[in-house]
Design a binder for this molecule. Structure first.
Ligand code: UFG
Length: 341
């Protein structure tokens, strides 16, 4: 019997490209599909360079129902990992219909095809579904909070769509992975995060400030009820995160799921403050970041970090890379980009 084939929608993006590498290295055949609406071919080329061979790449929009159907006719797909979605919180507030249309339609088009073959779907969800948790760390049983942005709402809605679909269509299995804060880059520095315009997320803003692309990092809020007054997050290395997908897909394909729909937190279980992260970056990379305190950013929660023990027990996965290794990789990637520019 040949290798199992995994379709990675949004495969040329930050998370999709790292997941593709780990899947291929674990022996899966991978079909990468992307519409390149929010990235160029840098990561696709990087994936091929890391693996030393070209992978099938399909340029397509998962909102195009006929195109998705044709894709499933063309390839025998054993599992789908779905990343193809918009992800900017602020933009989603300004353009909610763009987010609902793209993020929901693309997912439903995939499910419509997977359900017909009784297949497996892994959905990329987010810790954003927990909002501002009452108790920390958060487990998969922690209550969900109403979403504060259309982006966050699409994550909750896609989880609901997957859960209801698995219940209704026999043979369909689904896993939602709730990511905490994915950061870093591949140790090869051949793939990484490629934010367009001014980065929203902390680590790309730090690396761009360190390289001189941004004048100054604003640390949003120093009056939170945390040890140093800055927000606490659970920063998960992108390669560790990618490996969790291999564990989850393998669990599905080997028929080891306890339920046809499962949810796992993917984080380290270790809270790190914004200030600690900036200090660690400076120390491990021997660079200085020009930073200043700024007012709180609207919509930010004070603190959120994972209890990853379910993923540890059921997926046999845990975060392995230190925050120092991760921040060194993020810096190596930014320097690589600067040389490319
Ligand atoms: N931060 C700064 N300065 C910056 C950027 C971020 O101080 O320039 C701080 C934020 O205030 C926050 C922390 O760094 O305290 C992390 O911010 P990110 O934007 O990197 O990540 P978030 O925790 O806001 O993002 C996460 C997920 C998103 C999700 C969002 C919803 O990565 O997918 O939570 O709140 F949408």
């Amino acid at each position: 019997m040949g290798n199992k084939t995994v379709l990675v929608s949004g495969g040329a993006g930050f998370i999709g490209s790292h997941v593709t590498v780990e899947l291929a290295q674990a022996g899966y055949d991978v079909v990468m599909a992307d519409n390149f609406s929010n990235c160029d071919e840098t990561n696709y080329r990087g994936v091929c360079a890391i693996l030393g061979r070209d992978l099938p790449l399909v340029r397509m929009d998962f909102c195009d129902e006929a195109r998705v159907k044709a894709l499933f006719a063309e390839f025998h797909i054993d599992a789908v990992i779905h990343f193809a979605a918009f992800k900017a919180v602020g933009e989603s507030v300004r353009e909610p219909l763009k987010y609902y249309r793209n993020n929901l339609l693309s997912f439903m088009n995939i499910l419509e095809n997977v359900r017909k073959i009784g297949g497996n779907v892994l959905f990329s969800s987010s810790a954003t579904v927990y909002g501002e948790p009452d108790r920390l760390p958060v487990t998969e049983e922690s209550p969900l909070q109403p979403a504060t942005s259309p982006y966050g709402n699409t994550k909750q809605m896609c989880e609901d769509i997957l859960r209801d679909s698995v219940k209704a269509y026999s043979g369909l299995r689904g896993i939602a992975l709730r990511y905490f804060n994915p950061i870093g880059a591949h140790p090869s520095a051949l793939i990484g995060e490629l934010p367009r315009g001014v980065p929203n997320n902390l680590v790309p803003f730090i690396t761009q400030t360190a390289i001189g692309k941004r004048a100054c990092l604003s640390i949003f809020g120093n009056d939170y009820p945390t040890p140093d007054g800055t927000c606490l997050r659970d920063y998960i290395d992108i390669v560790d995160l990618a490996k969790a997908h291999v564990c989850a897909v393998t669990r599905m394909l080997e028929g080891r799921m306890d339920n046809a729909y499962e949810i796992f937190n993917i984080g380290t279980g270790r809270p790190v403050s914004v200030m600690e992260l900036v200090n660690a970056f400076e120390k491990v990379n021997g660079v200085e970041i020009n930073w200043q305190f700024a007012p709180r950013r609207a919509g930010d929660v004070t603190a959120v970090w994972a209890d990853p023990s379910l993923a540890c027990g059921k997926l046999g996965w845990k975060a392995e890379r230190s925050i120092e290794e991760t921040l060194a990789a993020a810096w190596a990637w930014e320097k690589k980009l600067a040389n490319l520019a």
